[in-house]
Structure formats: C-alpha cells, structure tokens
Ligand binder design. Structure first.
Ligand SMILES: *Cc1c(COP(=O)(O)O)cnc(C)c1O
Ligand code: SF4
Length: 341
C-alpha cells in the first residue's frame, strides 16, 4: 500500500492478508521507532516515549496500524498506542492499582467482586498495549494460571451455585490457543449452574483474523450462552475486516457488546461518540459501557472531568436512539457494580 504523506511518498508494509493470527500476533510492532517509521512520522516524537515504553511496552498489530493515517501524529488510533512524555509525570490521585484488584483475588487468576459473575484472568498479555490501560502496572506474571490453578478456579465456580456467568478476561483471553480455550469452555459448560460465558476482548478489532474456524468451533457449539464484550473507542477502528469478524461471530450465536473508554483527544466530543455508536450498531455491536478513565498512573493526560463527561452524554442522549446510548460508568473499588455517573 502506497500512501502520500506531507513529507512525500511513504511505503507502508500492509500485513500479509494470508498470515494466520498467530503470525500476526508474533509480528506486532514492539518499539516506538518502528511505529513512527511505519507512519512516516518524525523521530522528534520519540522524545519522552521511551519512559512510557519502559513502563508498559509498545505493542501494535499491523492490521490496526493500517487503519491509521500516515503522517498524522494526532491520529486517534495512534494516540491510543504511542507513549508520550506525560506518561512519566506523577499526578496526584493516579496510582498503580486504581481498582484495588489485589484485594479481590481469592486466589491467583480469579476476581470475584460482583454477585453472580466471576472474572477469570485467562491470559497474561494482549495483542495491543493501550496507553490508558488500567492494568498497565498489573502483575500479570502472578496471574497466569497453571493447570493446578485452573483446577482451583473451576472448583471455586463449582462450589458456588450463585455464580451463573464466567467472564474470561486478561490480558486478552483470545491471545490463548483455541485448544486451551476449548478445554476451558468444556469444563465451564460441565458446571450445571453456569449459564453464560462472557469474553472481554480486543482481538476481533485489532487482529480480525483471530475469528477463524478453530475459534468458531468451540465458541459456536457450547451449551452456554455466549457474550463478547469488545473494546472500541473510535469509529475508525471498525473496518471491513472487523465487520466481517463480527458477522461470523453473530452467525455463531454470539451476542456482541462494546465498551469504550472516554479519552481526552481521542473521543471526547459528541460527534465522534455519536458516530461510534452508529458504526458499532451497523456492525451488529450493541453499545454497552462508556467508562470514565480509571486513575492509573501514567494515563492522567487522557482524563476527562466528570462534569464534561456528563455533558457529553447529555448531548448524545439528545441525538441518538435510546439503544445507541452507552451507560456512563466508573469503576469504584468496593462497589457492588460499576457505578453510574
Ligand atoms: C466489570 C467487571 C465485571 C462485569 O461487570 P458488568 O457490569 O456485569 O459488565 C465483573 N467482574 C469484575 C471484577 C469486573 O471488573
Ligand atoms: S486490550 Fe484491554 S487489557 Fe489489553 S492493553 Fe488494551 S485496554 Fe488493556
């Protein structure tokens, strides 16, 4: 793909359409220089980038990179993945474990905070590293379950019949192999009181080829009802490949929802948020949550004040169908659910 930029003509290596998702995952961009070079952006943008990169390394799949506008340092997709100098600022109230998750882990790999549903850390990493991620300081190494820990997690679910939904999260659960996920899905389906399997994932967005036959085989056949919560913040993240992945998931009986994070400089205006809801619904995805930023150290420059967030949602309510309006929420440690603003 040849793309004209303000600096002249740049050649961008498109991801090989034939590469399977595992290859695409191995070949993600892992450093700020490669990212800038791929977009024809000046190395002056690297100033300060390495501080953030050392805290939480750059990871960008080529399929996602290809939706960015070459030469535009303010591209809303680029801004989600390029470390900035501000990440190294320490800002009062922005801490390393904003959700106090360490307190709610009965044992490694399991978070039981809300009634009826349990979150399982099914994988350590993600295909993409989002700069605002509340888990940017999360000790994943301590939470990648061994086989013995999976058994302990399954015992925990078996022993508590009030749990009706298992949520696979991470990291990104779809970074795991289909063999492992199919095994887990079978074990979960054998627990009689479980009704739903929910996956929180960004893979169908950042590497749409992840939604392949091997995945649809286990996800499409389990007795559990399946819900997938995607994470999309900007309408430009949805291209034809994402739409196609969503179509396959829906054909396999998966309900698709989306959660977004309200981000300064990326989606903090009513036009972008309205376009996001419209584009999601066209792709068969129901808007679910709009999260205000978790106060994680290194992400303060993305913060949108509560009053402004409420005003934005009021504008959206005045222009969108009710079912296109996401719920504006915050995660408050110790609360029994997400907290509406
Ligand atoms: C967000 C979250 C859930 C799911 O909450 P819903 O409101 O049902 O989407 C479950 N467990 C934990 C630990 C969570 O953080
Ligand atoms: S995909 Fe989700 S969990 Fe992974 S870095 Fe991005 S926001 Fe964090």
């Amino acid at each position: 793909m040849i793309t004209r930029t303000p600096d002249g003509v740049q050649t961008i290596a498109a991801h090989t359409p034939d590469a399977d998702w595992q290859t695409q995952l191995r070949e993600v961009i892992r450093d700020p220089v490669t990212l800038l070079d791929a977009l024809g952006l000046p190395h002056s943008l690297l100033e300060g980038a390495y501080g953030g990169h050392r805290q939480f390394s750059v990871r960008v799949p080529r399929a996602y990179l290809n939706r960015m506008t070459p030469g535009d340092p303010d591209d809303p997709l680029l801004r989600q993945v390029l470390p900035l100098a501000q990440e190294s600022d320490s800002v009062a109230g922005f801490v390393t474990d904003p959700l106090a998750e360490a307190e709610h882990t009965p044992h490694s790999g399991l978070i039981h905070k809300y009634a009826g549903r349990v979150l399982l850390i099914a994988s350590a990493g993600c295909a993409i590293n989002c700069r605002y991620c509340f888990r940017r300081h999360f000790p994943y190494e301590d939470h990648t379950p061994s086989m013995a820990q999976w058994q302990a997690t399954l015992d925990y679910l078996r022993d508590d019949s009030s749990i009706t939904e298992a949520i696979l999260s991470g990291g990104d659960p779809l970074v795991s192999s289909d063999r492992r996920l199919a095994w887990l899905c079978r074990e979960l389906a054998d627990i009689p009181h479980l009704r739903r399997l929910r996956l929180h994932t960004r893979l169908p967005v950042v590497i749409p080829d992840r939604i392949d036959d091997a995945l649809l085989e286990w996800l499409g056949t389990t007795r559990l009802q399946r819900v997938m919560v995607l994470h999309i913040n900007h309408p430009r993240e949805i291209d034809d490949a994402v739409r196609d992945a969503c179509r396959r998931l829906r054909q396999a009986g998966v309900t698709l929802l989306n959660q977004s994070v309200l981000l300064r400089g990326i989606n903090d205006d009513a036009d972008t948020l309205a376009a996001l809801s419209e584009t999601l619904f066209e792709a068969g995805i129901q808007p679910y949550y709009l999260h205000v930023l978790d106060a994680v150290a290194g992400a303060a420059h993305f913060d949108v004040p509560d009053d402004e967030a409420r005003a934005l949602v009021a504008q959206l309510r005045a222009r969108l169908s009710g079912f296109l309006l996401p719920r504006l929420v915050r995660e408050v440690p110790g609360a029994v659910s997400k907290t509406p603003l």
